[in-house]
Design a protein around this ligand. Sequence first.
Ligand code: SAJ
Length: 477
Amino acid sequence: MSQKLEDILKEKGPIKKIGVIGMGYVGIPAAALFADSDRFDHVLGFQRNSPSSGYKIDMLNRGESPLKGEEPGLEELLQKVVEAGKFECTPDFSRIAELDAVTLAIQTPFADSKALEPDFGALKEGIRNAGRYLQPSMLVVLESTITPGTTDDMARKILEEESGLVAGEDFALAHAPERVMVGRLLRNIQEHDRIVGGIDEASTDRAVELYSPVLTKGNVIPMTATAAEVTKTAENTFRDLQIAAVNQLALYCESMGINVYDVRTGIDSLKGEGITRAMLWPGAGVGGHCLTKDTYHLERGVKLGNENLDYPENAESIYVLARRVNDFMPVHMYNLTQAALQRINKDIKDSKIAMLGWAFINDSDDARNPPSEPYRDMIVDAGAEILIHDPHVLQYPDVDILKGMEEVISGSDAVVIFTGHKEYFNLKPDVIKKMTGMKTTVIIDGRNVIEPDKFIEAGFIYKGIGRGDKNGHEIIK
Ligand code: SAJ
């Protein structure tokens, strides 16, 4: 523990003025909740006045949220804190010098999903801005999802270079990963436990002081900065691993001619202290911006600066293997489509495919890294025609998303369900058959939304993820 930092913070007194850099879906609710706490006097939201997002400044200063989609309570809270004069948004980063603490909530996408290298460009610019105006006794907190080791290394170096100050002596530095999900931003910040990790004890304590007042149900869980980075990336890595485990089980059940959902129910029945199994759901793949990336953040973190990893020789990381299993599911959907069409002597390349569902998650318009995209690319590469329906997704680069189900299904040789939108749970065989106008149609269920027998008895060729009990069914004329 640095006595110098401890003394400086004591001299400074409690945190009163806070800055949040990055007015996005993480920074805006965080800033509003800090401003609403009577423990703090004033909050500045920092937003670059860039052509693409400068409009947010005036909106936020009118108490309006620039975030799309429903966020319960957010607009009211913004109105309240703006009218109370406790929150303002500014492009003037020099005002960081006025503050006691500044948090950075800037996205860290992967520049190239193939190379799996994160793009820290925007985050680095934010850190540089914080460093440029950093004063002794300030606290800097990174909230973005970052590769383990980033706070203690890259962020520390940039802040020290820009400020001439020393982290852990002149200023406090910590990581407090966001755990918010769109649609429940405020509630997640208030109710989830908050992981808070400093580069040293004084930094951790100062960050605990910052976050405790905004928690209603959640508790602060203190640890080191690197442990906090590993916690965030590993909690998503573990979810991806659990999904891969049930996806692999589904593939096994298909090959063994059994129903994975019977097996899932059986395993899930094992309940009780310490013996419960985390049985998630098999499906057409894993999308989004969390699970598709965070495994690679964790893997990079292990490799950077750790020479002494003891692991089975030449064995692949099970976490990376889990990513490969999940990324295989759209390929499996392609293989199921091909196998089903071949049962009626058709081949994908001359077929018309109707895809139901583009979004990566049910009943949402969120289409980041959707598993539907690799499937669609494979279908197009095979020379087939594909039309795509999604009731929520309005647009996607270079992809026409249609709203009329009949238009998409009309004349199609195969109907392929990729997302479990509620609209798809009540598809009727006779209605679909009429829409296709075909004597025999293939239907592929990637999300367990239809009842196989209803379609098989109506003369469809059915294939479903994990439905080894149905996938080889008799064809009913
Ligand atoms: N998926 C499956 N089977 C499952 C669960 C999900 O195939 O049993 C697929 C979904 O279809 C989707 C992908 O995985 O394509 C991701 O789904 P998700 O429910 O994990 O949603 P995300 O990606 O929005 O994950 C976020 C994460 N939250 C944060 O990073 C703050 C994750 O940690 C949460 O567990 C998850 O939301 C949640 O539980 O809602």
